[in-house]
Design a binder for this molecule. Structure first.
Ligand code: BGC
Length: 401
């Protein structure tokens, strides 16, 4: 592959890895998803169970990140743990997450803290979820409870992938009605509720000196493959752009990219056997990162810096992870060379973790034994460590091979 652009990342660029509470901590018994996993309906293939037991083993996870030479670690605070009953935040849980934040600092890792990563407290679901009358009040009470432990934290993601949260609600509704279309339009009521929650959270977070806040978007990278420019733009607006627009003027926007969506003449072109696919069934498309960073930056018109908060691949072939990530990061370097303001790259994921209903897809740089919880650093993690140390040499090597 030719590399005409310089490969250079600015000083202070964050190089890290991401995780999310429900996917790694284990026994998140107060969450809505735990209930869905254990209600006997069998709609979800696997239970999260002990997950990676990171609730107890987080120091080990942070040690691994430090030993790889990373300088950032993204994790999420679990609302269901911090507020096990409405109106009664848990001091012990807040103390737990404060220790994780301090553990990052002790190891030279910049913590990137997510406040909401998909799961809600089960009690909120019982009240009707995001569109219930009290959701905003509950969320702001939660954020207010977390504020004191954020002292010294520089990066906070308010809500992870609001577009996916609203899409999942719409998908469940379609499923209940008997048919899920290939292109699911995110639920507008949930979108509005999440937007209000994000804005309220940002207002509260502004009281913490030096803290930057923003939300993250699951960039679907909609491309015109026969649908025509108008329909493609409409689909892109519904699934991505309306959420990017909310971030205008925010401190940053988290870009999360894995693949692309092809808008065909007859609707969405679903990846099939002729396409190279990942363990998620998604098209293997490492250019997704460069595409979405360029698209997002253009949409925001320079108003908001970007942070890559997720990018990676579910694969059982670790060489494929290296190839995918190398190409993705090279594309990112090209976008940076063209002047796009990107502050960091956080790989998804540090660990092989619970992929929302299944243990099968493996996104991790590190594998985790499902009974002993022993962590094993994969070759891709060692490669990533080299990349972080010397991006130019590592990427050029990859491009040459
Ligand atoms: C989510 C992660 C998830 C990953 C891969 C993102 O949508 O934020 O929690 O594991 O993509 O599916």
């Amino acid at each position: 592959m030719a590399t005409p652009h310089p490969v250079a990342f600015p000083d202070g660029f964050l190089w890290g890895a991401s995780t999310a509470a429900h996917q790694v901590e284990g026994n998140n018994v107060g969450s809505d998803l735990w209930h869905a996993e254990n209600d006997g309906s069998g709609t979800l293939r696997d239970r999260s169970g002990d997950a990676c037991d990171s609730f107890h083993r987080w120091p080990e996870d942070l040690d691994i990140a430090r030993d790889l030479g990373l300088n950032a670690y993204r994790f999420s605070v679990e609302w269901a743990r911090v507020v096990p009953a409405p109106g009664h935040p848990s001091a012990a849980m807040l103390d737990h997450y404060r220790r994780v934040i301090e553990g990052c600092a002790e190891r030279g890792l910049t913590p990137v803290v997510t406040l909401h990563h998909f799961t809600n407290p089960a009690w909120l679901r019982a009240e009707g979820g995001w569109t219930s009358g009290e959701a905003l009040t509950h969320f702001t009470e939660y954020v207010r409870a977390v504020l004191p432990i954020l002292d010294g934290v520089r990066w906070v993601c308010t809500i992870n992938e609001p577009n996916m949260v609203a899409m999942m609600v719409a998908r469940r509704r379609h499923a209940a009605d008997g048919e899920v279309p290939a292109f699911v339009v995110p639920d507008p009521g949930v979108t509005a509720a999440l937007t209000r929650a994000h804005e309220a959270a940002r207002e509260l977070l502004a009281s913490v000196p030096g803290l930057r806040s923003g939300w993250t978007v699951a960039n679907q990278n909609v491309q015109d493959h026969g649908a025509g420019p108008d329909r493609t733009a409409e689909m892109s607006y519904l699934i991505d752009d309306q959420y990017i627009d909310v971030a205008k003027g925010d401190d940053f926007l988290g870009v999360q990219a894995y693949s692309r969506m092809r808008a065909g003449e007859q609707g969405l072109i679903v990846p099939g056997p002729d396409d190279r696919r990942t363990m998620m069934g998604w098209e293997y498309y490492p250019r997704a990162l460069e595409d979405t960073v360029r698209h997002t930056a253009a949409r925001l018109g320079g108003s908001t810096p970007l942070l890559v908060t997720e990018n990676g691949i579910a694969t059982g072939d670790d060489d494929e992870r290296i190839a995918y990530t190398g190409e993705a990061v090279l594309g990112l370097a090209h976008a940076l060379a063209d002047g796009i303001d990107v502050r960091g790259y956080l790989h998804w994921s540090l660990l092989d973790n619970y992929e929302w209903g299944s243990w099968e897809p493996t996104f991790g740089l590190v594998s985790v034994d499902r009974t002993t919880f022993r962590r094993t650093v994969k070759p891709s993690a060692r490669w990533y460590a080299r990349l972080v140390r010397d991006p130019e040499a590592t990427l050029r090597q990859g491009a040459a091979s």
